[in-house]
Ligand binder design. Sequence first.
Ligand code: NDP
Ligand code: 2IT
Length: 445
Amino acid sequence: MNTYVSKVLEELKAKNPNQPEFHQAVTEVLDSLSVVFDKHPEYEARGLLDMLVEPERVILFRVPWVDDKGVVRVNKGYRVQYNSAIGPYKGGLRFHPSVNLSILKFLGFEQIFKNSLTGLPIGGGKGGSDFDPKGKSDNEIMKFCQAFMAELYRHIGADTDVPAGDIGVGAREIGFMFGYYKKLANEHVGVLTGRGLSYGGSLARKEATGFGLVYLASEMLAHFGNTISGKTVVVSGSGNVAIYAAVKATELGGKVVAMSDSNGYIYDKNGIDIKLIKEIKEVKRGRIKEYLEKHPDAVYGDNCRDIWTVKCDVALPCATQNELDEKGAAALIKNGVIAVAEGANMPTTLEATKMLQDAGVLFAPGKAANAGGVATSALEMAQSSGRLFWSFEEVDAKLKNIMKNIFKNISSAAAEYGQPKNLVLGANIAAFKKIADAMMAQGIC
Ligand code: NDP
Ligand code: 2IT
């Protein structure tokens, strides 16, 4: 590794102990960027990497709220405003009990690179809370969202920082947060994306991450002489990204045979009934096991990680970080997987990624493969600013084009650096170029 790059990485680990996910995300990127720093000593002279790995601002706050029994609850709230070189901070909010600073810094760091790849003017940020929405009433969700926004509103703005959804934050939560922002700030602007269609949202934002993932996976397969049509597909998770990835993969002729949630996975050899999954997850907020009530022939496994033992050609991890480890990768390779495209952020461990690449499996990293969500958020921002409302077809066509361009840019960067199949390298380098140009132009600030 380039000596400047390895010095920055060592210092980062020493200064930020006990943040394993953050170390993992930065290590993956810096591994790729070493060759770029060899060619550009001017970046070191400007301390570019020292600045890039340090968030511009981290906000940590108390979120007190009262549950339905009248008990006072207190959660932690966060917003990591990581890098605004390219545009206003942009990235989702995650509500999940596992949320901590390490996870949000990894997500924020990834987001800088992902947002750069979209080609749109958005910087990188991420936020959220250790609040667990599971089992809470609508009233409790509303109370929590209002308490969260009571602090967050002073730090965000349509031209400053524009949050959106992520795990545990969907249309319901965005609605409650937007309502409270509007009340506090007295302005109806595009300060959150993923809004409902009746109050400034964009058509196709709900579908965008999953659809975009399949568009990118299709581009990758086509580039290497293959297609998703006729392939067996496994999709982990059953949330927003997973559902619309499964919808699009099916529409393009793939057969989705397995999906999961944090409790377990279902395998349906006849092809997953996605309408039923939507009913269970989007309407009833239920568990994936309930699938068996309508399809008793399907098989349920009570360890969600065993989903990777299901034989498939294409695997789309769409649940959470580090869900696909060496054991999962070994099972996929043994069963002849052709391609893995990451719908979630960093779902594959560093070791598993290397195993898949070494075995010749096509591998599309999340920062490229799942960028369709945030790209469509940027299209929502454009519609808000212009007081416009584009049709589903218009937004979907723009999304498709963005994913096509992302694939083109990452595969040509990979080829330029002599490793045409290494899309991890290609994505990191292609994303970095634009960030570096913007940071160099703006000086030490
Ligand atoms: P949702 O909350 O809609 O769904 C999350 C899914 O992942 C659920 O099926 C959930 O199961 C499962 N899951 C969550 N945490 C865990 C865990 N610790 N172990 C096992 N399974 C888990 O979230 P999204 O679909 O929005 O997000 C999924 C992934 O995609 C995340 O990595 C997110 O960062 C990423 N992403 C999301 C984008 C978006 O636009 N929403 C854009 C780009 C990336 P259960 O219900 O049991 O918790
Ligand atoms: O990880 C992600 O890219 C998201 N959760 C979506 C972010 C956004 O601003 O739409």
